[in-house]
Design a protein around this ligand. Sequence first.
Ligand code: HEC
Length: 543
Amino acid sequence: MRWFLFAPLLLALFPVFLHAQEKAKPDLDGFNTLVTPFLEKHCFKCHGTTKQEGGVILHKLNGDLVAGPHLRRFRSIAERLIKDEMPPKDQPRPHVMDVKKVTDWIAGEMKKAGIKDIKTVTLDLPKFGNRVNHEQLFKCGADTVIDAPPRLWRVSPYIYQTFARNVGKARTDVAQPFSVIPGHGFKDYACESEIDEPTTAQLIRNANAIVEQQTRYSIENGKVKPIGFAMPREFIPLFDPAKTSTRAEIEKAITQQFNLVIARPPTAEELKRFADLMQKNIATAGQVEGARSTILTIILLPEVVYRSELGNGKPDAKGRVMLAPRELAFAIAYALTDRRPDKLLLDAAESGKLSTREEVQKHVERILDDPRIEKERVLRFFREYFDYEDAVNVFKNVKDNPNHEPRVLVADTDRLIQYFLDRDTDVLRELLTTNKSFVAYSSDNKTKKVVMAGAANKKFIPSSYNVTKWSEEQPMELNPRERAGILTQPSWLVSQSLNTDNHAIRRGKWIREKLLGGSIPDERPGPDLRNVRPLRPSSRHRG
Ligand code: HEC
């Protein structure tokens, strides 16, 4: 593949990278009108002229973070604020939106000062979710206007994966360009990932792998014969060795690739631009290379990896605008599934039937009610919230735990969640209290009968669920004195344990953070003292 063929286009296609370097001018106005009044109201009492608690003086701060002397002080202010440690707990709390404005301002100024690591001073990180003021969050009264500026969302790694598989078909070997947050809890956040150089390089390699599949063919009796399933019919004339493709054929192929890749046809302007490019590339590099490289550029369109929320239409009384119909279609699809909006959603958007609350509701309900549409996002939410899928990552010594089959345990809990979701009454209550459980559940592909999962290991059952007899009647009733909901499912218990032991602290942390919506401060930075033996009292420590 000759990269030079699309290099110039790439630059134009990824406008996101080209954020003009902001001129580093400190926002002193913002300091005076936003930050100072906030500090005055909440902090000067203890860090001002009368008191300087902890040796901290805040009434004489220099608001210039670019050249001024107080950059580090601002960082510690922001850190204290987002951890909700200042003002101290017994003081009136500042409003969460005011805190956000101040920490965002500090983060912005730090960025101007060339500091890259500003994540720790912004409230945007998922782990701070629980710090959102719950009263504000759930109040949502008529007076609450949620601050949702126009934005681009990066698609999730799962959506990208599904996309690559759909376009490149089964054999496409793509590596994930985006990462999910490792460890426990919610894992995928658009705000966590920037599309930087290594990501771009991977996206290009992936696009190449996809096109490789899309353009596999052999020539038989002088005719193009696709190999595999990924090549669209419209591509065939492009690779015909007997003749040069016509403009009409080129336009057809480009239109098809647009539809496949971003679920819409090109605009007239785009069609002209890409058709011109293909003709130019063919002239430079020959028919096959020229066609391939142009097909590839389409896979690198920003719309493949971003979805927009720019909105359109007239603002309402509070200044809010609806999302454009097509944006809504994607927002709905990606809220429930890992796939593009289906045809019904896209058609509705196209024909102006996706612009009211009721029309949106109709489609959400349709998708939820259709058993043929897999709702990956819904189950994933429960998986990440309850945090039981990590069971597969906890290593249990096979010798001591010969019957341990974590994948089966996770699948059982998945099934239990699905069961209560289908019944749709008191879902969370049931999930936290039920003594029902799927036990090594599986269903035979052909007969659809319930069979025991992990059947290679018949002893599996009693050890994990403490039942003496496995039954086809599922879910089974477990001993109510031993089991109450997901927190007593083997998958969850294993997930919150260590390789060799249970881990009461991890379980407690889950309950405190996830169930009670509280937070547990991060460990204090400093030497890890857990494995250090206590010092013997010595003569110097008498008294
Ligand atoms: C009721 C008194 C009180 C108020 C109000 C208060 N603080 Fe403090 N602050 C303290 C005390 C006491 C300490 C020292 C103990 C500590 O570090 O927790 C401190 C320490 C700090 C530190 C030092 C951290 C370090 O690592 O050196 C920062 C930064 C700070 N406060 C920021 C603020 C900010 C910002 C506000 C307002 C939003 C605020 N404080 C409001 C009492 C207060």
